[in-house]
Structure formats: structure tokens, C-alpha cells
Design a protein around this ligand. Structure first.
Ligand code: AHM
Ligand code: MG
Length: 336
């Protein structure tokens, strides 16, 4: 018999999560269930994304779909899907979303966790069939269970994350996550409707030859960043910039590289959001052996001051992030 014909299909996300939970005798299973809820919402959003072109066609005929509902932009749909899943699950008492101005009380005061989410990241790529993603961070609440969620529950430093991950809707759909014990990647098999473990124990190369930055903003970057980018060019590094953070990050995670979103005069704190974008990817990259800073300090040490706080981001292979961070820190040292 040809062995290839009967290859095992592998480990499902569900099985993997259950197995990991068994290693912790006191685990209640709530975090596991929460990860499953997010994966399920991700499958639904993935389906919507794959039909996006068709939705737009029907949208052109009166902006209504077959159910008579208003056509909505995909980022709004994704926001609704994820928040609904988190609300229904019962493990989450509060959610903050890039798409929502205020903290959302899920009405589940017994929920042990709070979630920060960017439901659909890569807004400029959403309508044009280019890779986009979902980014999430999970924290244990600080306020007592049984009470209403409070602002302090969602204003924790990134190092307090108990889990973080992203979904990448690319040439295939992937879910990558960490609970602080390594980073694991799962690929979606649409015909079976399951995520399968495809990339266990992901490690980022300690150095790389890819730099990812919007060079259209070059003239507005700090001199030190300009100098770093010029060095990348002189070393003949490859410039790769999709404009979807998840996709750019994911490529660099596997190939080695650095993603930069520096401050500019029009965005003095950069563009990316500490709570929905930077923290989750910083947790993942550190777990994979890489680094993430805002140019001065570790992203995971930053205490958020407001819900939609922005921060510069330098993230990726350790040596590359060290090089630019050291240079930026020197800029800020008082002259002796
Ligand atoms: P978004 O949350 O509105 O999608 O913005 C975040 C995105 C990132 O995915 C991407 O890396 C960056 O914005 C691109 O910004 P720019 O177009 O300024 O290069
Ligand atoms: Mg975003």
C-alpha cells in the first residue's frame, strides 16, 4: 500500500488545547474554552472574508444581502462576530476592541478574563483581497469575579497577558498563539472545518535580512531610524511591506526580519495600538525568541494610559531589534 495515501491528518487545535490543559492539574478549562471560542469566531470571519467579493456584488444591488440585512464592511462584521462569540462563551467579563470606543461589559460578571482585540487588522487591504488578520490578547481580570468589569482590568501591562494570538487570512488561514509556553501555529483545513497543528514550537531566527516599514514615510522618520534603514539598504536586505501587520509579522517570524512603525510628525506616537496590536505580537515574538520595543523600552513593560493608546513598534529578530533600539536609546541619553 502507498503509505502517502493514508497519512495521519494530524492534531486538531481542539485536541492540542485539551492536551495542554491536562498538563495543568488545577486548570479550570475556561481559558481553553475561550481559545476555542476565538477559533470558532475566526472560522466564521474567514468564511465572510472568502466571500467578500461576492458580498460586494450583491451589495451593489441595493446594499442588502439575501437575508435583507444591510451590507456591512468586513471589519464591522468581524467586530460583531468576535464580540458575540466572547459574550456568548461566558469566560469573558469585558472586551476592548479597536472598533469600539469604550470598554464593553459582556454582562457575564463571572467571567474570569478580559480580551483586547483588533478584529480585522490591515484596513487598507480589506477590500482588495490582500492578506489581513485578527489580533487578540487575553488577561486575567483584577477586579473580583462576580462584580462588573472595571477599567483597571483592561489597563494592565502586556506582561500580564495569559494568552495572545492572531489569525492570518492569507493564502491559507492560520491561527498562531501562545499561552506563555512556546508559540504554536495551526493551519485551517476548509474541507474539514478544522485547524490542524502545522507549526509547533515556532522560533524566530535571531537575525534576518528583511526589513518591513512604510518607506513612503521615510522623510518624517527620526534621523536614527533613517540611518538604520539606509544601513539595511547598504547591506542589500530585502524590503517587504504588505501593510497588514499580521502578515508582515508572520513572514518575519518564520524568515527572520524586523518590522518598524516609527513615529512621524503627523503620528508622533506611531500608528499602531499598544493594546490591540503591539502587546499580543510582543508576547508572541518574545515566546519565539525575538524582541519588541517602542525604541526605548520593552513593549510588554508599558503601562497603558488610555484604551486606544498608540506606540512606535520595532519587532522581530533579536539582533535587528537590539541594533535599532540601542541606537534610539543613545539618542535619548543626556549628553555628558
Ligand atoms: P488598522 O488597524 O487600521 O488596519 O491599521 C493598522 C495597519 C497595520 O496592519 C499595518 O501594518 C499598518 O496599519 C499600515 O499602515 P500604513 O498604511 O501607514 O503603512
Ligand atoms: Mg489594526
Amino acid at each position: 500500500m502507498n503509505e502517502d495515501l493514508a497519512l495521519p491528518v494530524g492534531t486538531t487545535l481542539d485536541r492540542f488545547i485539551s492536551k495542554k490543559q491536562e498538563q495543568f492539574p488545577y486548570a479550570t478549562g475556561e481559558l481553553s474554552q475561550l481559545l476555542r471560542d476565538i477559533a470558532l469566531a475566526g472560522k466564521i470571519v474567514n468564511r465572510e472574508i472568502n466571500r467578500a467579493g461576492l458580498l460586494n456584488i450583491s451589495g451593489a444591488y441595493g446594499n442588502q444581502n439575501v437575508q435583507g440585512e444591510e451590507q456591512q464592511k468586513l471589519d464591522v462584521i468581524a467586530n460583531i462576530r468576535f464580540i458575540r462569540a466572547l459574550r456568548n462563551g461566558g469566560e469573558v467579563c469585558g472586551v476592548i476592541s479597536e472598533e469600539e470606543e469604550h470598554l464593553i461589559d459582556t454582562g457575564k460578571p463571572n467571567g474570569r478574563y478580559v480580551v483586547a482585540i483588533d478584529p480585522l487588522d490591515g484596513s487598507s487591504n480589506i477590500d482588495v483581497n490582500v492578506s489581513i488578520g485578527t489580533i487578540f490578547s487575553i488577561y486575567r481580570r483584577i477586579s473580583p469575579r462576580g462584580s462588573e468589569v472595571e477599567a483597571r482590568d483592561v489597563m494592565q501591562t502586556g506582561q500580564k497577558q495569559v494568552a495572545a494570538g492572531y489569525l492570518l487570512y492569507g493564502s491559507s488561514t492560520m491561527l498562531v498563539y501562545t499561552t506563555g509556553y512556546g508559540v504554536h501555529g495551526f493551519t485551517y483545513e476548509p474541507s474539514l472545518g478544522e485547524f490542524f497543528l502545522s507549526h509547533p514550537d515556532i522560533c524566530i531566527p535571531s537575525d534576518g535580512k528583511i526589513y518591513s516599514v512604510n518607506e513612503g514615510n521615510f522623510d518624517g522618520f527620526p534621523e536614527t531610524v533613517k540611518h538604520y534603514i539606509r544601513q539595511c539598504r547598504q547591506r542589500a536586505y530585502s524590503a517587504r511591506y504588505i501593510g497588514s501587520l499580521v502578515a508582515d509579522f508572520h513572514r518575519n517570524l518564520f524568515k527572520g526580519g524586523i518590522y518598524l512603525y516609527p513615529p512621524t510628525p503627523s503620528a508622533p506616537k506611531g500608528k499602531l495600538r499598544l493594546q490591540y496590536e503591539c502587546n499580543a505580537l510582543a508576547f508572541i515574538v518574545e515566546q519565539a525568541g525575538g524582541k519588541a520595543t517602542d525604541g526605548q523600552q520593552r513593549i510588554l513593560d508599558m503601562l497603558p494610559e488610555s484604551l486606544h493608546q498608540r506606540c512606535p513598534l520595532y519587532i522581530g529578530s533579536e539582533k535587528m531589534v537590539n541594533e535599532i533600539t540601542t541606537a534610539l536609546q543613545q539618542d535619548c541619553r543626556p549628553a555628558s
